[in-house]
Ligand binder design. Structure first.
Ligand code: HEM
Length: 184
């Protein structure tokens, strides 16, 4: 069992971080949407509590996912078509960039209001801003909302690619993100 990636496949650290982040980002998107659709202030605050609490707990995993992915050798692509390879790389890059923007802009939306990041009432992380900074709040909120719109298109393309490899190419692209393959 390899911790790190090889040219033959992913190590277990990359696999674990991938699936924890995948579940986490879907949960963050859904709680973010629930917040947007909440009827009335109490419901919106409750949904925001879930989204922010979950977000803070997941930030470490999401940041680790981005840094680990950048520091590791990439397994050799199994896709024969160069254009498809480029498209897959672009989608993966944009996905990680989207997550990076969200884990920075999300906390800033709260902190720029001079409010702490509250994690389910268990603990809170105080704002570095002693008073509200209106322009930063507006900016972070716009960036966070606009970037969230990339979620479905990127997830759709990413999953479509995995299904193509599973059903049409019948290669190990999805399999090697499910368990560690021994180096040849
Ligand atoms: C990949 C991670 C994330 C995704 C996919 C995501 C997604 C979303 C979505 C879909 C919304 C609703 C946007 C709208 O109203 O149109 C939202 C709002 C919000 N998110 Fe996130 N989010 C993420 C990470 C975070 C983190 C880490 C935090 C803070 C710890 C956070 C804090 C907020 C706040 C405060 C709002 C409310 C913005 C407002 O309407 O004032 N988010 N997020």
């Amino acid at each position: 069992m390899s911790l790190t990636n090889t040219r033959a496949g992913y190590g277990w650290a990359a696999i674990l971080l991938h699936w924890i982040s995948a579940a986490g980002v879907v949960a963050l998107y859904l709680t973010g949407e629930a917040m947007e659709e909440a009827a009335g202030r109490p419901a919106r605050l409750a949904a925001m509590g879930q989204h922010v609490g979950l977000g803070v707990l997941l930030i470490t995993f999401l940041a680790a996912r981005i840094l680990w992915s950048a520091s590791q050798v990439r397994p050799a692509p199994l896709e024969a078509n160069r254009l498809m390879r480029r498209l897959a790389d672009l989608v993966q890059f944009l996905f990680l960039a989207m997550i990076a923007v969200q884990i920075v802009s999300g906390p800033l939306v709260v902190w720029s209001n001079a409010r702490p990041l509250d994690v389910f009432g268990w603990f809170a992380i105080a704002s570095p801003f002693p008073v509200a900074v209106e322009w930063l709040h507006e900016g972070a909120e716009s960036v966070h909302k606009l970037t969230a719109n990339l979620f479905w298109p990127l997830l759709g393309l990413h999953v479509l690619g995995a299904v193509k490899h599973l059903v049409i190419d019948r290669d190990a692209t999805l399999r090697r993100m499910l368990w560690v393959k021994r180096a040849a």
